[in-house]
Ligand binder design. Structure first.
Ligand SMILES: Nc1ncnc2c1ncn2[C@@H]1O[C@H](COP(=O)(O)OP(=O)(O)OP(=O)(O)O)[C@@H](O)[C@H]1O
Ligand SMILES: O=P(O)(O)OC[C@H]1O[C@H](OP(=O)(O)OP(=O)(O)O)[C@H](O)[C@@H]1O
Ligand SMILES: [Mg+2]
Length: 283
């Protein structure tokens, strides 16, 4: 059987979380950050640890079947790879920034020097708006380029904003793009063998991360009100209790807001309300 070839970020912000979700999905992952490839025979997958910036290119060329990278890096690459689903980690925004208080509107970019590591994203944005500006390509630490006189503004990934603040810079104009880690495959091609199982495993972990299992007991007369609050994914399980007139209800509920839901259930008479983590699932 041929192995599914999967690209995983070897360094940077996405690397650890990418390996984590793969581990939770039941795949082997490297223990040594210098390891370049790893074969997980039992699961029919070979992992290639690559720079996240290069991953869309390998997948777009069809050299590798699937990759985990950032949406911003995928768009920047211009590769023939496409986003299959977002993975919920490595969230950031791509923004323009300049000296605090200097600029307010992206129309002011005309004629300026813009430092960035994302030449593709910035070039496409300027072309779309018909703004003429020069782009200075840097590998990293772009925030320092203004102070050093090689650029007037920067376009970069912003997460907490603390790097910008430290450099005395401030974002201006609207957000260019919202990024997070994404799963990519080759655009327009048939999904490779083994991909459906791989994707279903990751989907299972993502659902398990965003849902919890809720159990409670309630008098039968209140069960429809309670079930309206906890409809579950398909439908909640309602089982009889030994105590007459009472039932036990079990349903998956979104993790966010689960505490509020417990308060509401209590108010309508539910008791013995329990929340438990789900580790994986297939829905
Ligand atoms: N705080 C962050 N800084 C940089 N990139 C981030 C951050 N949070 C999420 N990301 C995402 O990580 C990807 C950048 O990958 P990259 O390999 O450049 O990592 P990095 O965190 O910049 O690490 P390094 O600069 O050490 O290589 C992008 O998709 C970006 O949106
Ligand atoms: O908004 P923040 O939370 O401060 O994060 C954003 C900063 O983090 C990244 O830099 P990184 O540490 O990857 O260094 P680099 O510029 O050398 O890539 C990114 O390029 C920003 O500079
Ligand atoms: Mg970086």
């Amino acid at each position: 059987m041929s192995l599914l070839r999967v690209a995983v970020p070897n360094k940077g912000s996405l690397s650890q979380s990418a390996s984590e979700i793969l581990r939770e999905s039941g795949y082997r992952q490297r223990d040594d950050s210098k390891q370049l490839t790893l074969i997980d025979d039992e699961n029919g997958v070979e992992f290639f640890y690559l720079r996240p910036r290069d991953i869309a290119l390998y997948v777009g060329e069809g050299t590798l079947d699937v990759g985990i990278t950032g949406r911003d890096l995928l768009l920047d690459s211009g590769a023939q790879a496409h986003e299959v689903r977002s993975l919920g980690f490595g969230r950031s925004r791509f923004r323009f920034a300049g000296p605090a208080g200097r600029y307010t509107d992206l129309a002011e970019l005309a004629g300026l020097r813009i430092a960035t590591s994302y030449v593709g994203v910035v070039g496409a944005f300027l072309a779309e708006r018909g703004i003429e500006a020069s782009v200075v390509r840097l590998d990293g630490a772009v925030e320092t380029s203004i102070q050093l006189g090689v650029a007037d503004v920067v376009a970069d990934v912003v997460e907490t904003g603390s790097t910008l603040r430290q450099a005395g810079l401030e974002v201006f104009g609207e957000t260019i793009l919202e990024s997070e880690a994404v799963l990519v495959t080759r655009g327009g091609a048939e999904p490779p063998a083994g991909f459906e199982v791989f994707k279903r495993r990751l989907d299972g972990v993502l659902v398990a991360r965003s849902y919890v299992m809720m159990d409670y007991d309630i008098e039968s007369q209140h069960v429809s009100a309670a079930v309206a609050l906890t409809p579950g994914i398909e439908s909640p399980t309602v089982s009889p209790l030994h105590k007459d007139g009472w039932v036990a209800v079990r349903a998956m509920v979104p993790r966010a807001g689960a505490q509020r839901l417990m308060d509401e259930l209590w108010t309508i008479g539910a008791r013995g309300i329990l929340l438990t983590d789900i580790h994986a699932c297939r829905l």
